[in-house]
Write a new protein. Structure first.
Length: 148
């Protein structure tokens, strides 16, 4: 499917994305920047405006979007539904391990981020997985279709 740049093109991925976006409430954004011009900031701001609770995770940032930033996913208090990953592919396996450890039920790798081995590990642990897709673009697309 190539209806929108940043939307998943792999078969079945849009349905997986829809299931995640419909059920998610609390999204930990790993790699969230405190700089408004960065993609992670814009995506997180959009998702927050749509009613999702955003939890910034970045050891180099004290706060983002006016919210406390945690140095690691394992230091976030309370449950996390989805772990959104704004990190380079080589860092994805560690983030997936942290997502499994904190009991998240989904991981979402932003547009341009793919890691097949980490995705397989997440699925084996029972997590839903989306790779190489912008969560904001997919949300807008599904909302425009009346599917969210």
């Amino acid at each position: 499917m190539s209806a929108a740049r940043g939307a998943p093109e792999q078969p079945g991925l849009l349905e997986e994305a829809k299931a995640i976006l419909r059920a998610a409430r609390r999204i930990a954004v790993v790699g969230l920047s405190d700089k408004p011009h960065r993609p992670s900031y814009g995506v997180a701001r959009y998702l927050r405006e749509q009613g999702y609770e955003i939890v910034p995770v970045n050891p180099h940032v004290r706060e983002a979007l006016g919210l406390r930033s945690y140095p690691s996913l394992r230091e976030v208090g309370g449950p996390v539904d989805v772990v959104q990953i704004f990190r380079r592919p080589e860092f994805v396996p560690e983030v997936v391990e942290d997502a499994v450890a904190v009991g998240a039920w989904a991981v979402w790798m932003q547009e341009g981020v793919r890691h097949e081995k980490a995705a397989r590990r997440a699925r084996e642990a029972g997590l839903r997985v989306v790779m190489d897709a912008c969560m904001a673009v997919v949300h807008r697309l599904l909302r425009a279709r009346g599917e969210l």
